[in-house]
Design a protein around this ligand. Sequence first.
Ligand code: PEP
Ligand code: MG
Length: 550
Amino acid sequence: MVIYDGKAVFEGIAIGRISVYKKQEQKVKRVKIDDIEAEKKRYADARDTAIEQLKALYDKAVKEVGESGAEIFEAHQLMVDDEDYIESVENIIETESVNAEYAVAQTGDNFAKMFMEMEEEYFRGRAADIKDITERILNALSGAGGDGIVSDEPVIVVADDLAPSETVQMDKDKILSFVTVHGSANSHTSILAKTMSIPAIIGCPIPLSEEVDGKMAVVDGYEGKVYVEPDDDILAVKKKLLLEEEEKKNLLERLKGRENVTLDGQKINLYANIGNTKDLGLVLENDAGGIGLFRSEFIYLGSDDYPTEEEQFAIYKQVAQTLAGKKVIIRTLDIGADKQADYFELPKEENPAMGLRAIRICLTRPEVFKTQLRAILRASAFGKISIMFPMIISVDEVKKIKTIVDEVKKELDDAGITYDKNIELGIMIETPAAVMMADELAEEVDFFSVGTNDLTQYTLAIDRQNQSLDDFYDSHHPAIMRMLKMIADAAHRHNAWAGICGELGADLSLTKEFLAMGYDELSVSPGRILPIRKTVLETNVSEYKKEKGL
Ligand code: PEP
Ligand code: MG
């Protein structure tokens, strides 16, 4: 057994034979030519062929990996048509009276070198794209084509580096994993590998020779290791991991696209909690019906200064567009307590969990609040956004918030900026005061979402950060269960809907109970959606209620 270490870019286990991928690189000769115009025409025709191929590849990739994974082929079309690139090729043909192949190869080398020398990793990653389009134009010039790996069984593809067009042209059913010697984490190969959910390792000094070609191997995308000819112990451990993964995947596959409906026809929305845009892939992958909690404070926590309206707008717009009309509930800034950002210069407090936090900061610093509201409202023109306010304790607060929201809406109206005029407004129920005032609060808003993390902390008087109190922290405490029922009932009495976005929402032992209470939505970590869907599908709510005497 030989072990090679690299950098994992997508988790997972693959077990199979290695196939060393060999590029069909063009050997380009320098040939003197007489007819410069004819050579330029050959180059123009080759560009057209390349563009046609890239269009076809784009369509193929959209079907296989979705629009974002396919974007690279649009980018490549632009690169083929890039003025600087074309000028350089034509200039070489003209000044040196040489064949188009040579001019293209020279230009490709020069441009790739230029990108490689750039500071930013992103641009260095683009060197591979230049090589890729250069190879494509050269193939078109020589009339060559045909890519991909040839193999009858699924294999672990080992390569020096893989161009996106190479990966997309491969038959996906035959690929268990990608392992490359070079490539960056930002390269489109790793992005595509992620989109295709194939374990992938880059920067792995594995020999591209008979030494590994055709041999059995295990790729561990958790550890970033490749085990060539693994011993029995390793193989047994990895096979077990693979089996567990497959079970999870099967569950995922079978339940994707299914409605969240109980055996007796009760429906519930299963949404995802996210902290930033990086989580969006997981939201889609796990078939979430929407985003039930976007913890917007992470935008502030990841910043050295107050994020501007434009910065926030771009993020909210991206989320709204990605969810393509599915609901996105953005929770306004919930900073303070354990979430501190220096530039807020919050006073040191004896008891920060009960201090100046969340909506209290927003109401005392309306300029910060308004900036965020403007950004959210503007983004609401690009999807289905709702706004949710944290740490509410009174009707008065909600009224103040609504006045501020109306002021911002008026500013936007005056400036002729569009937004969703019927945007839903909701509040988090995470203080005992809000529970007690639930009827009055429900009159004011469109929905409630229960923050069970804080509600438990404030109800049981147990600091959620204090590990030494874990034995006292009973998340199923009857007081919390009773409150949850009160909250759902109060919401429904006043035509509001009710959801749970705290951790308790993902507790599978309570899913039936939440259904019996009549909750309309559970918002949980993306990975928990399908297991909950499974429970929902297996539940008969009326029977459960009978059983429990409800
Ligand atoms: C909660 O309190 O349950 C909640 C969802 O909010 P956070 O955990 O971000 O405080
Ligand atoms: Mg909370």
